[in-house]
Design a binder for this molecule. Structure first.
Ligand code: MTE
Ligand code: MO
Length: 315
């Protein structure tokens, strides 16, 4: 029997072999170099062909990536439950199509746009970033996305636009976690405009070469690699340019624990968790923790944004 709404789901049997994706990708590249493309092409499953010509980004970390299983079964996405496995279990029926994004506030070209208007396969890149969660763990994810700055410039922000705010879908029938008041819905996040215009943040529409799994924020989410994971808001439906600093969900929930900036900083502890080290998801429990790096390793690209600021006060 065919159940409607499930057509877009990838069968379990196609998900598991994704852990070998990177090896296969390397093999593909070698094969292309030796013009064996045709024979290799026949071997590739459908999922590997979503965006076959992804450029790799110079900002990618060289650290080894987590498995597809780690990345898609250990998530924070409270719209689908508060447990780490809840989004994997509860987001399977979520259908992120059709999808549109409203752009409003201090800009010359506001409007409502289809997701397709944002995705230009020619500008998509693979960016491998380490996601550092404030809870004290991290993992490395091969995102597919495009520059946030390039996207924002198209709306021609006014000089009054000092911040940019992002909002997740509000729909408690499609996002059952919103039936519980664990957070004030919808989830909202924001960046200062100069942070948003930095070269590092991306809008991600995929990972491991394929479209974004629901539990990772389908169909489109933010990724800001020098900030704690919660700034990287999922399933975005609205972008707003503002003059005043927006209220953000976690800051509103507990201002003492979650500051507006939320830069990865091993010298400023969260009241409940040290930020000096992080547990790398996927490693055996007896392996030592990893030292957390200032700005998650991106000081060169972002330290200048905070010149003269007391980062203990503006955490
Ligand atoms: N809408 C929304 N976005 C969200 C969250 C959430 O609960 N809701 N959780 C955040 C947190 S705390 C983290 S660590 C990352 C996790 O992203 P991942 O599941 O793709 O690894 O998503 C962030 N974005
Ligand atoms: Mo997080």
């Amino acid at each position: 029997m065919k159940i409607t709404g499930f057509e877009n789901n990838i069968p379990e049997s196609e998900i598991t072999p994704k852990s070998v994706y990177l090896d296969r990708r390397k093999f593909m590249q070698q094969a292309v170099a030796s013009s064996l493309l045709l024979s290799v092409d026949v071997m590739l499953p459908a999922w590997a062909k979503q965006w076959p010509d992804l450029k790799s980004s110079p900002y990618s970390t060289a650290d080894s990536v987590n498995s597809f299983e780690d990345i898609t079964t250990y998530n924070n996405f409270y719209e689908f439950g508060t447990g780490k496995k809840d989004p994997y279990k509860n987001a399977t029926q979520f259908n992120p199509k059709p999808w549109s994004i409203k752009v409003e506030g201090e800009c010359e070209k506001p409007g409502t746009f289809d997701l397709e208007d944002f995705i230009n396969p020619a500008t998509l890149e693979e960016r491998i970033y380490r996601l550092r969660c404030v809870e004290g763990w991290s993992m490395v994810i091969p995102w597919v996305g495009f520059s946030l700055a390039d996207m924002l410039k198209k709306f021609e922000p006014h000089s009054k636009a000092k911040y940019v705010e992002f909002t997740t879908l509000l729909d408690k029938s499609r996002m059952p976690g919103q039936q519980r008041r664990v957070l004030r819905w919808p989830y909202v996040e924001a960046l200062r405009i100069d942070e948003a215009m930095n070269e590092l943040p991306i809008m991600a529409v995929g990972l491991y070469g394929d479209i974004l799994p629901n539990q990772n924020g389908a169909p489109i989410r933010l990724v800001v690699p020098w900030k704690y994971g919660f700034k990287s808001i999922k399933s975005i439906v609205k972008i707003r340019f503002t003059e005043k600093q927006p209220q953000t969900t976690w800051n509103q929930t507990s201002a003492k624990e979650y500051g507006f900036y939320s830069n990865v900083n091993p010298t400023v502890d969260h009241p409940r968790w040290s930020q000096k080290k992080e547990r790398v998801i996927g490693l055996p429990f007896w392996k030592p923790k990893r030292d957390t790096e200032m700005f998650n390793g991106y000081s060169k690209q972002v330290a200048h944004l905070y010149k003269g600021m007391d980062l203990k006060k503006h955490f």
